[in-house]
Design a binder for this molecule. Structure first.
Ligand SMILES: [Zn+2]
Length: 181
């Protein structure tokens, strides 16, 4: 159940491992825009992303894929069906802005639906630079920014003594500035 009120934008909690996967997917697609869906759940005071699934950028014109994206609707539908009964739902979308700020474009505004989170990632040739999330306020037809908080996953178990730390965990530590990746 999506309950987010854009007038009181609850934070988006993003597991660091999921943030890393999003960053690597979008960086690999550079200089083209790439996109995917955010899977998670809502509670009273936060929205939590527990998974992110890449979806093909189905924009029909190859030459425009650097600045346009559209999700393959069939793929999106299959993902939504697979979530039935899991307690998780499709809570938003992510896409990249190659060499552009992580702010919604006029095109993003036109294509947006209320209640979903729109995570936008600025990517450059050096990889993902910034992640910001936005909610559509239907009444004013404007985007409201939603704070992104990166969290270590609850399911992560402590690293056993003597083993090497996972590169992904050490690269996405707790000291990442808010909103930056
Ligand atoms: Zn965009």
């Amino acid at each position: 159940m999506l309950t987010v009120d854009p007038k009181i934008p609850i934070p988006l909690h993003l597991d660091v491992a999921v943030a890393a996967r999003i960053a690597s997917h979008l960086s690999a697609a550079y200089p083209l825009e790439a996109c995917g869906v955010l899977i998670g759940s809502d509670s009273q005071d936060s929205r939590r992303v527990v998974d992110a699934i890449p979806v093909e950028n189905a924009w029909p014109t190859q030459s425009e894929k650097a600045r346009r994206f559209i999700l393959d609707p069939q793929h999106q539908l299959r993902i939504e069906r697979s979530l039935d009964g899991t307690g998780k739902s499709l809570i938003g979308f992510y896409h990249s802005h190659p060499d552009h700020p992580a702010e919604p474009s006029a095109f993003d505004l036109e294509a947006a639906w209320a209640t979903y989170s729109y995570l936008i990632v600025r990517v450059s040739r050096d990889g993902a630079q910034e992640m910001r999330s936005w909610l559509l306020d239907d009444a004013s037809a404007r985007f409201v920014e939603q704070r992104v908080e990166q969290r270590l996953s609850d399911s992560l178990t402590p690293t056993p003594v003597g083993s090497d730390p996972t590169p992904q965990e050490s690269a996405w530590g707790r000291d990442v500035p808010r909103g930056k990746i």
